[in-house]
Design a protein around this ligand. Structure first.
Ligand code: AVJ
Ligand code: FE
Length: 436
């Protein structure tokens, strides 16, 4: 694969249009790197949970066509006959391999044709126009974040494929011994969500005041070492720790450890992008479902934080460390696929929030106790199928991004969501507890 380091740096202190153009180039380089594989690898369905990689590739181009070319540029559809193939609501993932999708070469050609015209629109557009799609380059933020989200999805597919050699790894800072394992957050009001972050999604808005009683939250995500204690203590065999639906799910599927783990005698191994390695004890646990996270927390005498508790622990800034863009690699968080794994606990002291809570951003998405629901005063923009159709008591909220999440696609207000049974995403968790 190509070296992604150049892709992941800051665009620099240039104008907004230059920054957008640089970010568009970077995300496309990333998507092409993840699909730099033989055709069989790209058209095959590696899991019924996932699309073939070639679907994601053409879908990001089609999304860009819909929003930038048609909606803002007023350009006629380039290939109206293919739209339905890439509409995520028309065909479920498991059916996508049997659709007459564009092949890898055709898909690359299509998305690059779209991209050329997108750069023309960018050149012409007035980013100071009052229209909310144009203002501040919102529509470009929309397609950039969307493509990075699908890149992360492609990484989950590549991990499921278990094929070695396709995914780049890299260096991470060392862990640090644990300070006090929990941080106390005093009772009080804080502002949840945002009115001001330019490229925030509708589901992050509006900012609203929330009172929370005092609580304790883990300083760092739960590590493999801690999670192993739950496993070795028979946590998967004791229904006391599990919600009934979670217990039933684990029984039915024979779940007895995180996804990708196997036991060999006394040693636990994991497979990571086709490589087998002993489970590293100091890394945050990943590839656990919400049900497993919830069961662990109960076993530990704690609970999962609500998303309000998670966000308050960030200290009311765009990032826990302040307003500085995390684009520069290394200092604050493990984001943007600098390595293909979470960083060891304690690796980012400079990334701590004002409360001293660490690794809130990057490493692993963190399951919270909350359902994905609209904030009071929510207004749908620019379309219902991003957030609105998912609100309710079906999906649990995840926060903070993973090692695979690009810096442009995460912040302290960002909300992700998934089914409570999902484990192929790069998700872990931390625990919380109420004041006694
Ligand atoms: C926000 C990650 C849940 O991938 O399902 C991609 C993002 N929306 N294309 C997803 C999304 C449309 C979404 N998540
Ligand atoms: Fe999409």
């Amino acid at each position: 694969m190509t070296d992604l380091d150049a892709v992941l740096g800051n665009a620099g202190p240039t104008g907004l249009k230059e920054r957008i153009a640089a970010e568009l180039a970077a995300v496309r380089e990333r998507s092409l790197a993840y699909t730099d594989a033989d055709d069989d690898m790209l058209v095959r369905q590696h899991s019924p949970l996932m699309s073939p990689l070639v679907w994601d590739l053409a879908h990001v181009g089609n999304y860009e066509e819909l929003w930038v070319l048609r909606e803002v540029g007023g350009i006629e559809p380039l290939r109206p006959e293919i739209d339905h193939l890439y509409d995520a609501f028309k065909h479920p993932r498991k059916d996508r391999p049997s659709l007459p999708l564009l092949g890898p070469a055709e898909a690359r050609k299509y998305i690059s044709g779209v991209r050329g015209r997108v750069l023309d629109v960018l050149d012409q557009v007035d980013l100071a126009a009052p229209d909310p799609l144009r203002s501040g380059g919102y529509v470009f933020g929309l397609v950039l974040q969307h493509e990075h989200q699908h890149d992360e999805t492609m990484l989950a597919t590549l991990q499921l494929s278990r094929r070695p050699g396709l995914v780049r790894d890299g260096e991470l800072p060392p862990g640090r011994p644990a300070a006090e394992p929990e941080v106390h957050i005093p009772a009080g009001v804080f502002a949840m969500g945002t009115d001001t972050v330019a490229w925030a999604y509708d589901n992050e808005r509006p900012a609203h005041r929330i009172y929370l009683p005092g609580y304790w939250i883990d300083r760092r995500p739960v590590t493999n070492a801690a999670y192993l204690e739950f496993v070795e203590d028979g946590g998967y065999r004791d229904p006391r720790w599990w919600l009934p639906q979670g217990w039933e799910w684990a029984e039915r599927n024979g779940v007895e450890a995180p996804l990708y783990w196997t036991r060999d005698g006394d040693t636990w191994w994991r497979v990571r992008f086709g490589r087998e390695e002993p489970v590293p004890l100091d890394e945050p646990v990943q590839h656990v479902s919400w049900y497993e996270a919830d069961a662990y927390a109960r076993w530990a005498g704690k609970r999962l934080p609500t998303e309000a508790e998670w966000e308050k622990a960030c200290g009311g800034r765009t990032y826990p460390w302040g307003e500085a863009d995390p684009g520069h690699l290394g200092r604050w968080a493990n984001l943007g696929h600098r390595a293909a794994r979470p960083a060891p606990a304690g690796a980012f002291p400079d990334g701590a929030s004002p409360y001293g809570v660490e690794q809130l951003i990057g490493d692993v998405w963190e399951w919270t106790d909350s359902w994905f629901q609209p904030y009071p005063g929510y207004r749908c923009f620019p379309y219902e199928e991003y957030s609105k159709v998912f609100f309710g008591e079906t999906y649990r909220v995840l926060r903070g991004g993973s090692w695979a999440t690009h810096p442009s696609a995460v912040r302290t207000t960002f909300r992700n969501w998934d089914y409570p049974i999902r484990r192929q995403i790069f998700a872990g968790f931390r625990c919380a507890r109420s004041e006694e």
